[in-house]
Design a protein around this ligand. Sequence first.
Ligand code: SF4
Length: 471
Amino acid sequence: MLGNLINNDGELHEECGVFGIFGVEDAANLAYYGLHALQHRGQEGCGIVAAGGGEFSTYKGEGLVTEIFNEKTLNLLEGNAAIGHVRYSTAGGGGIKNVQPFVFRHHTGTFALAHNGNLVNSQELSKYLEDRGSLFQSTSDSEILAHLIKKESDKAARLYNIIDALNMIEGAFAFLILTEDSLFACRDKYGLRPLSIGKLNGGWVVSSETCALDTVGAKFLRDVNPGEIVAFSKNGITSADYSQFKHNYLCAMEYIYFSRPDSDLEACNVHTFRKNSGKLLYEEAPIDADVVVGVPDSSLSAAVGYAEASGIPYELGLVKNKYVGRTFIQPSQNMREKGVRMKLSAVRSIVAGKRVVLIDDSLVRGTTSRRIVALLREVGAKKIHVRIASPQITHPCFYGVDTSTFDELMSAHKNIEQVREAIGADTLAFLSESALYKAGNRKELCLSCFNGNYPTSLYQSISEANKDGKF
Ligand code: SF4
């Protein structure tokens, strides 16, 4: 169910963020603040489902959290439990029908579901379910889990239905499932997508990132483990392993680019990881220069690390316009040629006549790097040495990040020298894979988009990613 995931801003996008809360008054109001803290993980749509006294109430729409919710709409969502979702419309496409959470009504009980990630066996499972009479309301593969849960439903407890369903799906996921009396938090057995638990006023909070726990005043308790399902109910918190296969292949891009610098992922702070990666980048690719400049915002921590390790001063050579939103009318090619640039500006007095080390977190399609190098040259940079705080991205991601084909990745068909030439830099270097392990003090990480070693089976995904057979 992978769509054609091209976006035209040249940047990587995460698919989603999830937030859940159980056993706390005004759950929907807190979910609003939690989702706002996760807004960077998806800006296309958002929703909250609240539950209380057996009743479910839902509100969702296409747009930012602040655009969709207000006091009036939040007041419609009653109960002391809620789950919420922010979405970037990739897998399954956009539209309101794909905005989560989804609510499913069944004779064994109503439940709501929110998902971050991507299933790799969705085509096989949807065919299996359709052959057995399931009708899908959306094109999102998140709905597949719900149909699997319903299919398995009988008199058994909901927990066992969910465990059976989780054992049929393959891929990357952090699922939140809200029933009439419980909240379930589940994480894929590979540990690809993050999910953390916090404690708040006698209840619990679950979030894709710890920054949202801090926002609502929750105290971090622990991460949901790979292959684990955690249940919250009036009886407290219980846990079960739905799989004995367990790995900690957390998506390296969560550290490199997606997550907020104030989040901690599996006991490593994101800013600290990036700063360490900048230091290691200097050790691996030193250069004599006058100034270190980071691409705002996600590369600033790595730029600080490179500057500290090298002794070259860190300067604010690029400034981002924070108000270029989702609905902003992007300049046409004609306007761009006239010099209209909305997202980034170079600070002439910092850059002119200088040898610049430009730090970027990653290089995907290469379009952004090419534009930034050109921008720095226009304001008079003497030399531009590009240093990328991650390895070359040579393979698509099938785990919930919007690179689904080889064709859209510059490094899939160019070596480092060819990439340097394409982006117009004087020199170019990438960080090694081993440095990423070192930066996070980790033994395992998903590095599939850098090396093609995918931890899961891929089913049809890899051949779809290479439809034209060029790779
Ligand atoms: S392939 Fe890359 S982007 Fe996808 S989960 Fe792995 S590290 Fe993250």
